[in-house]
Ligand binder design. Structure first.
Ligand code: HEM
Length: 162
């Protein structure tokens, strides 16, 4: 891959990763606490107005991070992932990339199914279901934030050393 294209792919990777990280921070520290401040129909309207958009943005950002990360990885390894075990850069990218891939797959397969199942976006959502949504939305993004923080640090150490 020409080096100038590599630089562009790397910038897209880091910018999408930073935006995804920022989105999960806003979910945890702004949206969920605000949702907790609402109750009844207000809470349902908030969930239905905000979270379908949140899921869509997370799909675009996590997909972009995974695809550009894969391109960066292939550039360095030619597809032979055993190379990653040979040095610090490789081992940190291996762990960070594996966590990143798992989180992206979780988002695409589990999280959107969970959202549909618990009725995010459904105007006829029952009040019990709204409470169930709130409970799950308080747990899943917190876990995601912890994993994304770990990945960010691993990738930064990989590229810059300790
Ligand atoms: C999904 C799987 C992922 C793969 C395969 C992957 C792969 C890579 C690779 C190969 C690099 C090194 C580029 C280089 O040395 O030039 C890199 C850099 C980086 N990655 Fe990832 N990545 C993934 C997910 C993530 C995630 C989820 C985040 C954070 C939310 C992230 C944040 C970063 C950052 C910040 C750098 C640049 C570090 C720096 O320049 O200091 N990556 N990634």
């Amino acid at each position: 891959m020409p080096s100038d294209l590599y630089i562009v792919v790397r910038w897209v990777h880091v910018l999408a990763a930073a935006a995804w990280y920022g989105e999960v921070a806003v979910i945890n520290f702004i949206l969920i606490p605000t949702l907790s401040g609402h109750s009844g129909a207000e809470r349902k309207d908030f969930v239905n107005a905000v979270f379908p958009r949140v899921f869509r943005m997370a799909s675009i950002l996590s997909g972009t991070v995974a695809v550009t990360g894969g391109v960066l990885l292939y550039h360095h390894t030619g597809g032979d992932l055993r190379i990653l075990l040979e040095n610090l850069w490789g081992r940190f990218i291996l762990v960070g990339g594996a966590l990143g891939l798992l989180l992206t797959l979780f988002h695409f397969f589990m999280e959107s199914r969970l959202a549909r199942k618990i009725g995010v976006g459904d105007p006829d959502l029952s009040q019990e279901a709204v409470e169930d949504v709130h409970l799950k939305l308080r747990l899943v993004p917190r876990l995601g934030f912890g994993v994304l923080t770990t990945i960010f640090v691993l990738m930064m150490i990989a590229v810059r050393g300790v």
